[in-house]
Design a binder for this molecule. Structure first.
Ligand SMILES: NCc1[nH]cc(CCC(=O)O)c1CC(=O)O
Length: 322
């Protein structure tokens, strides 16, 4: 390893509650599988505080970059990212040594008075900064015979849930995994079924990243890898890349395993793109043997992207406002 094996491994992390919790869990797991000690090193960027708001609406690029710079400088040995915040192209000098078992991939509703999405009144004000959620929430509301108003919000989890407590909004939508990780799952009033709202590619999964040259560390961190999570997330991100959509595009995707009795034998990949008003969605799925390699997982994503593009997906991704 780059670092001496009698020295603690340095895990670079942002200081947000979500990042600290994710890094803390991975640190525990790394201690357990390697027997090494792990220390958390907080990475603060210039303007971290004021940029926090920007980052929380999905423009997390600045934080991913700060962690990656710290890795490349050798200030830390490895870092943990939310996979859904990572661009689909991987920097040459860095590798994702592990994708641990995925958390709940679903989106979650935090609504006033314990309301579920179906119970929200016509015209309810629902906060989200995500075009993917906006498109699918409007569509879901339409299938229930009502309209909602989506309100663009930003800020960390506390701020966003605060809009519901203050009465400014009827509900907000957040990733269930994030709420679970920071111990706020008790505030969820409805877990949105993936049959109604497909999550962001990689949602609920983590990436444990280190230098591509650090072979011993890659092998050690690799013990945390969950091959099914990796296959699923790789297929989802391949779909996103093949649609040539960025992190702010209204694209949802989820790969899951289909079992015949106890035997897992197929992977299903579902994808959606839509207009922000939810009036038009292209939603398709494909099923194939569980990918046994990176290339096979990539191929599954490209195959579904081709089918979605043939159904007009590209034309739905351009708009930027309702
Ligand atoms: N873009 C912010 C972000 N990045 C990862 C998560 C949650 C954890 C995850 O999806 O793994 C969140 C917050 C949210 O979408 O509610």
């Amino acid at each position: 390893m780059n670092s001496r094996s009698d020295q603690p491994l340095r895990l670079g992390t942002r200081r947000s509650k979500l990042a600290m919790s994710q890094s803390g869990h991975v640190a525990d797991a790394v201690r357990a599988v390697t027997g090494r000690s792990v220390e958390l090193v907080e990475i603060t960027t210039y303007g971290d505080v004021s940029r926090e708001h920007l980052a929380q609406i999905g423009g997390t690029g600045v934080f991913v970059t700060a962690l990656r710079d710290a890795l490349l400088r050798g200030d830390v040995d490895f870092a943990v990212h939310s996979l859904k915040d990572l661009p689909t192209t991987q920097p040459e000098d860095l590798v994702i040594a592990a994708m641990p078992l995925r958390e709940d991939p679903r989106d979650a509703l935090v609504a006033r008075d314990g309301l579920t999405f179906a119970e929200l009144p016509d015209g309810a004000r629902v906060g989200t900064g995500s075009p993917r959620r906006t498109a699918q929430l409007h569509h879901y509301a339409r299938t229930l015979g009502k309209r909602i108003e989506t309100v663009a919000i930003r800020g960390n989890v506390d701020t966003r849930i605060g809009f519901v407590h203050s009465g400014e909004l009827d509900a907000v939508v957040l990733a269930a995994a994030g709420l679970n990780r920071i111990g706020r799952s008790g505030e969820v009033t409805d877990h949105l079924s993936v049959d109604s709202v497909l999550p962001a590619p990689g949602q609920g999964a983590l990436a444990v990243e280190c230098l591509a040259s650090d072979a011993d560390l890659i092998a050690a961190l690799g013990k945390l890898d969950d091959p099914h999570t990796r296959a699923a997330v790789t297929a989802e991100r391949s779909l996103l890349a093949a649609l040539e959509a960025g992190c702010s595009a209204p694209v949802g995707a989820l790969a899951d395993l289909l079992a015949d009795g106890q035997i897992v034998n197929e992977m299903r990949l579902r994808g959606v793109v839509g207009t922000l008003d939810g009036a038009t969605l292209v939603q398709l799925s494909t099923t194939g043997p569980v990918p046994q390699s990176h290339d096979e997982a990539m191929a599954l994503g490209r195959e579904l992207a081709d089918e979605m593009l043939a159904k007009g997906a590209a034309g739905l991704m351009g708009e930027r406002s309702l």
